[in-house]
Design a protein around this ligand. Sequence first.
Ligand code: MRU
Length: 333
Amino acid sequence: MEQRVPLAVSWHDGATILLDQRLLPHETRYVTITTVAGMATAIRDMVVRGAPAIGVAAAYGMAIAHSNGDDILAARSALEASRPTAKDLFTAVDRVAAAWKVGGNVLDEAHAFAADTEAACRRIGEFGAELIPEGARVLTHCNAGALATVYWGTALSPIRVAHLMGKMPFVFVDETRPRNQGSRLTSWELMEEGIDHAIIADNAAGHFMARGGIDLVITGADRIAMNGDSANKIGTYEKAVLARENGIPFYVAAPSSTFDPSAPTGGDIPIEERGEEEVLWCGGSRMAPEGARARNPAFDVTPARYIRAFITERGVLKPSEVRRTFGRDIRVT
Ligand code: MRU
């Protein structure tokens, strides 16, 4: 299927091309990355964001390091220091470092990671679409679509496939303060694909759930612990609690690169805290009195007990099946 959303990350002529997601939906501009430092900054500043897309960008960052003659392990450390929560980044650089260590082709490995990510997301769509009834109203949080991956998306992939099947899903899109990934990015993707949706304020989900307006919730994840606790964009946890309170199934869609064999529980997941200006300002305007302070955790952890199932490329799994399916650490030093 031809997708209408442009690629978030691609490789062209010895460089990585990133769609600058900070400018969407108003402007479609690309940034060319030719150094490891440039890639680490682009990830930190969220030119590219979303766990699988960050992973693919980091894999290409390793390829850039190799072609520039940089120290590969130093490049890995620099990329790992850019954003701490998305496991896919660490999975990607480990995989490329492992290939390099045995004399493999670093760029080929980065391309293979990108191709595997795309294939995984497509499978997630196929498995997940089965969970979406005809005409279902689906709530999602943040952006876990094509922009956050390589085509398809994670949480949006089942919705896309259900749409293609003619099931006519309707999507409630949390705006997702402070960076508005829902209203800026998810809505833009859904507009491009012609999928019916409405943006809601972050604090409106309970209202719609309590009135029977939402049939299921699907979110992505940034890192999933072996007991099924899952980190995702700040605000996900409260949506899961609300879903439980209202008897609504809550699903987490993610590829195997997001599962962390070295994290037994959610307490072992590092949570990024970003600058307070993201909370104090919105759309170029200051939203708070001069001198006011803010806190800005970028992610929260949803305990496994609130998650009905994980939608992965290996099928739909219960939280109790995570450890036996993904409990293997491949880190290379
Ligand atoms: O801070 P972001 O925009 O990188 O956060 C993204 C999310 O939380 C997504 O839901 C998650 O990475 C899954 S993306 C398929």
